[in-house]
Design a protein around this ligand. Structure first.
Ligand code: ADP
Ligand code: ADP
Length: 239
């Protein structure tokens, strides 16, 4: 059974911008899919429709067989525990520790009181430290998030998403502002952990070389329309 199906997806923003015109695709468990396309082509809107940060205008998003296109409230919160999100600007809490940032990823976004009081169990802390270790950040666990380099912060962003134990990770331009070596290290970590843990991943990239190197499949988007869908080896110069 597919983990995700996107059918005839369309998004028109209130100002009339047609961000997605008609996008269809299916993702199976374990795939590592890169969504590529120039800036403004609709990649971010696409991921945001999947985790319901954006409501599609038309079409459907089916997650594990459940139509979540118009899901709200509790269903969205449940969904966001199963779907981990990694942002371009990692959105860390700057003045708290790396460990606390990762622990907060396990909370619902509305369950922050427990977090504010630092009420995490020993097991939760141990799990978080193990994830940080896998991301190569154990030594940074007790540093403030804003003391870390940009690349390290992005790895914390990924660790935070992993702390939820998601089955799907959506990463929106996770390496947009980083130098090539740092970008490669981040893609390596993301790719390795997704493979090891069987996590399906959809990652927006504008670097075609990175998509070719890591993805099992590439979806090309241009002006809100899917223009390519296949293995990296079949990608030609159209996009
Ligand atoms: P990408 O991620 O490929 O850069 P986006 O999904 O961010 O593309 O944007 C697709 C189009 O939708 C662009 O023209 C962008 O300006 C527009 N857009 C994105 N977000 C909004 C918004 N909240 N309101 C209006 N237009 C938007
Ligand atoms: P609300 O929109 O009702 O405030 P939340 O409290 O769940 O919903 O989310 C607050 C903000 O945090 C959202 O606008 C969004 O930017 C971000 N957010 C929450 N959950 C997620 C998630 N799983 N993935 C990405 N962003 C999220």
């Amino acid at each position: 059974e597919p983990i995700l199906r996107v059918e005839h997806l369309k998004k028109v923003y209130p100002d009339g911008t047609e961000a997605l015109r008609e996008v269809d695709f299916t993702v199976h468990p374990g795939e590592f899919v890169a969504v590529i396309g120039p800036s403004g082509s609709g990649k971010s809107t696409l991921l945001r429709c999947v985790n319901r940060l954006v409501e599609p205008t038309q079409g459907a998003v089916i997650f594990k067989g459940e139509n979540i296109t118009r899901a709200g409230g509790r269903r969205v919160r449940r969904l966001r525990r199963e779907i981990g999100m990694v942002f371009q600007s990692h959105n860390l809490i700057p003045r708290v520790s790396v460990l606390q940032n990762v622990l907060h990823g396990r909370l619902g976004y509305k369950d922050s009181l427990r977090g504010a009081l630092g009420m995490f169990s020993a097991q939760e802390k141990e799990d978080a430290l193990r994830i940080l270790e896998r991301m190569g950040l154990l030594e940074q666990a007790h540093k403030r998030a804003d003391e870390l380099s940009g690349g390290q912060q992005q790895r914390v962003g990924i660790a935070r998403a992993l702390a939820q134990k998601p089955i799907l990770i959506l990463a929106d331009e996770p390496i947009a502002n980083l130098d090539p070596a740092t970008s490669e290290s981040i893609m390596d970590h993301l790719h390795t952990i997704c493979r090891a843990d069987g996590i399906t991943c959809l990652v927006n990239l504008h670097q075609v070389a990175m998509a070719k190197k890591y993805a099992t499949r590439i979806i090309g988007i241009h002006r809100g329309t899917k223009v390519f869908d296949g293995p990296p080896s079949k990608l030609d110069d159209r996009i």
